[in-house]
Design a protein around this ligand. Structure first.
Ligand code: PSV
Ligand code: MN
Ligand code: MN
Length: 387
C-alpha cells in the first residue's frame, strides 16, 4: 500500500503554469463583468500570478498571450517576474482577433494573410528568445461555418507549410505546441479539431513539435485519459491546458466539473512518465474567471490539481497491475477507486506547513489584505480577452 509519506517527494515536483489572462476581466459574448482590483498592466497580472505562487508554492511560471501581453521590453519583463519569484513560461500566439483572420489565419486562402499569421508566430519566437521561454503554443480559431465554404483539404497543406516555417525558426531547446479544439468559433469544420490532426502535423514537423491537450476541447463523454495514454505512449504529449467544462468551452475552474476525470487523467500522466519522468508534460491552466474573483479562482484551481495529483500518486500500481493481470475486474476497479476516494486534505495541509506555506492557502490569501490592497490601488482594469 502506498501512503502519503511515500509520495511527498514526488508531490514536491508539481509545478503548474498559470495564464496571464486569468487575472484580467473576461466574460462571454453576452457580457464582460468588470471586477475591482483587475490588473491594468502586464506587470500587475504577473504580480497577481506571483501571489498565487506565494500562497501555494505550486505556480512558479506564468504564460503570456501575445498581443494581449504586449510590452516594449520582454527581457525586462522576465526580470520583473523573477524579482517577484516567478518566471515567464509559454508564449501563446494569437491569430484570431484581427479582421484579416475572419476566414482563417495559417489556413487562409489569401497568401498575404497566411504570411501575416506566420510572421506573428515568428515575432512570438522573438519574445520567447527575450524571456527565455521554451514553448510556443499555437491555437487556431481557423475553420468554416458552411459545407463548401472552403477547400478543407488544401487548408491542411497551407497549415503544414506555415507550421514548418515557424518550426524552422525555433532554437534547439524550444518547442512548438499545437492545440486542438473540436469546434468554436467555427461550427462546421475546424482545421485542428482533434488530437489526431494535431499529432499528424507535429509528427511531420519533428521531435520538438508536440500536442497540447486542453481538457475543455472535447465532446461530452470523450475518454480524455485514453488520449493522454496514447499521446504519452507516442512521446507527443507536450502540455495540458487545464479547465472544466459543462457544455462548451467554458474555461471553468479545473476539477470543478469532474474531479474524477482529472484524477483519471493524472493517473495516465504519471503512469506514462509524463509527470516526473525525463520529458514531463507541461501542466498549464487555461481559464478565465468571469464571475468569481481571479486570484482566489486561480488558488482554487492549482489546489484542485494538487489534490488530484496526490490521489493519483497514491494509486497502488503494483496491486493494480496484479489484479489486471489476473483479470480480476472488480478488484482492479476497487484499487483504482480507493486511490480516488482517499481524502488527502489534512495530509496536504501538513505537507504545506512543513514547507513554510499556509495550511489553507485560500484562507491565508483572504486574510492577507492583498485583495483589498489591489482593489484600492487599481482602477480601470484591462480586459483579458476571451478564451
Ligand atoms: C480558445 O478555445 C482558447 O481557450 C484556447 O484554448 C487557447 O488555448 C486559449 O483560448 C488562448 O488562446
Ligand atoms: Mn487552451
Ligand atoms: Mn479553450
Amino acid at each position: 500500500m502506498t501512503t502519503f509519506a511515500d509520495i511527498t517527494g514526488r508531490l514536491e515536483k508539481l509545478a503548474i503554469e498559470v495564464p496571464s489572462w486569468a487575472y484580467g476581466n473576461s466574460g462571454t459574448r453576452f457580457k464582460v463583468f468588470g471586477s475591482p482590483g483587475t490588473p491594468r498592466t502586464v506587470k500587475e497580472k504577473i504580480a497577481d500570478a506571483a501571489a498565487v505562487h506565494r500562497f501555494t508554492g505550486l505556480a512558479p511560471s506564468v504564460a503570456l498571450h501575445i498581443p494581449w501581453d504586449l510590452v516594449d521590453d520582454y527581457a525586462a519583463l522576465a526580470t520583473y517576474a523573477g524579482d517577484h519569484g516567478v518566471r515567464l513560461g509559454t508564449v501563446n500566439s494569437n491569430t484570431f482577433q484581427d479582421d484579416d483572420y475572419k476566414l482563417g489565419s495559417l489556413t487562409n486562402a489569401d497568401p498575404a494573410v497566411r504570411r501575416k499569421a506566420v510572421q506573428h508566430n515568428l515575432d512570438c519566437i522573438e519574445v520567447m528568445n527575450a524571456t527565455g521561454s521554451r514553448d510556443l503554443k499555437i491555437w487556431l480559431a481557423d475553420g468554416t461555418n458552411y459545407p463548401g465554404q472552403a477547400d478543407i483539404r488544401t487548408r491542411q497543406d497551407w497549415l503544414a507549410e506555415g507550421l514548418a516555417e515557424i518550426y524552422a525558426q525555433l532554437s534547439d531547446d524550444q518547442r512548438l505546441v499545437l492545440e486542438y479544439k473540436f469546434f468554436e468559433p467555427a461550427f462546421y469544420h475546424t482545421d485542428v479539431p482533434d488530437w489526431g490532426t494535431s499529432y499528424v502535423h507535429c509528427a511531420a514537423l519533428g521531435d520538438r513539435a508536440v500536442v497540447c491537450l486542453d481538457t475543455g476541447h472535447h465532446a461530452p463523454g470523450t475518454n480524455i485519459e485514453f488520449i493522454v495514454a496514447q499521446l504519452v505512449r507516442l512521446g507527443k504529449l507536450g502540455s495540458f491546458d487545464f479547465n472544466s467544462r459543462f457544455y462548451a468551452d467554458d474555461d471553468l475552474i479545473v476539477g470543478a466539473a469532474d474531479p474524477f476525470q482529472l484524477f483519471r487523467i493524472m493517473v495516465e500522466v504519471i503512469r506514462g512518465g509524463a509527470y516526473d519522468g525525463p520529458t514531463p508534460a507541461a501542466l498549464m491552466l487555461d481559464q478565465c474567471h468571469n464571475i468569481e474573483k481571479k486570484i482566489p479562482g486561480q488558488l482554487r484551481s492549482v489546489l484542485n490539481v494538487q489534490e488530484m495529483v496526490a490521489r493519483a500518486l497514491l494509486l497502488d500500481v503494483d496491486a493494480l497491475a496484479q489484479a489486471q493481470q489476473a483479470g480480476d475486474v472488480l478488484a482492479a476497479n476497487q484499487i483504482y477507486m480507493d486511490a480516488f476516494y482517499t481524502d488527502v486534505r489534512r495530509d496536504l495541509a501538513g505537507f504545506r506547513e512543513e514547507r513554510g506555506l499556509p495550511a489553507d492557502p485560500m484562507a491565508a490569501y483572504l486574510a492577507s489584505g492583498y485583495q483589498e490592497q489591489i482593489e484600492a490601488d487599481r482602477v480601470g482594469g484591462t480586459q483579458a480577452g476571451w478564451n
